[in-house]
Design a protein around this ligand. Sequence first.
Ligand code: 5GP
Length: 200
Amino acid sequence: MTRTREALIIIVSAPSGSGKTTVINRLLEKMPGMRRSVSYTTRQPREGETDKGDYIFVTVEEFREKIEKNEFLEWEENFNNYYGTSREQVLEAVEKGEDIILSIDVKGARKVKEVFPQSVSMFIMPPSVEELEARLRKRNTDKEAQVSLRLEESRREMEAADEYDYLIVNEELEQAVEELRAIIEAERKSREQNSKKEEK
Ligand code: 5GP
């Protein structure tokens, strides 16, 4: 099948504890053709996380070396750990015309939008701050100080929600996934139509 449009870069941000990873994993099950950008991080893997599946886990030295070599499309220090998007992964998707989803924070999203203004950004909101706190505590993998840090950062991130193209409230998992899927399908169609118009 020849592609009639350019690759879609989808940015998804959400405060930690909003269920973002679950939403994205479920979305990827439903949309098998979609790539996921696997970020580099210096944080320790959580239980169940796999290297190269969830993140590419590296040491601080390795991360700094990659900064030096300009290997990141964007990178941030978050919760005392580094996180970065691989330039190579995104450019490869763009070159091949394959849609790619980036799960990154608000600052990272701003940078990617700057480089790729045609990207589509979505913000996933938890149903309430109380629910967010409950989810963060339930996860129980982070120490109390980390929970407080993340909660504070989450509040700050939610203030940036209106900078995004779309806002999704994760009240119920399947419904949130369906909303994301519908937005992506609609964006694909509208871009296909635009590129057809440009061809004429
Ligand atoms: P967590 O440690 O909970 O997996 O992620 C913490 C935060 O870092 C989340 O907001 C997540 O979206 C963000 N994050 C993960 N990967 C990247 C990345 O490559 N770049 C940026 N800027 N943020 C990232």
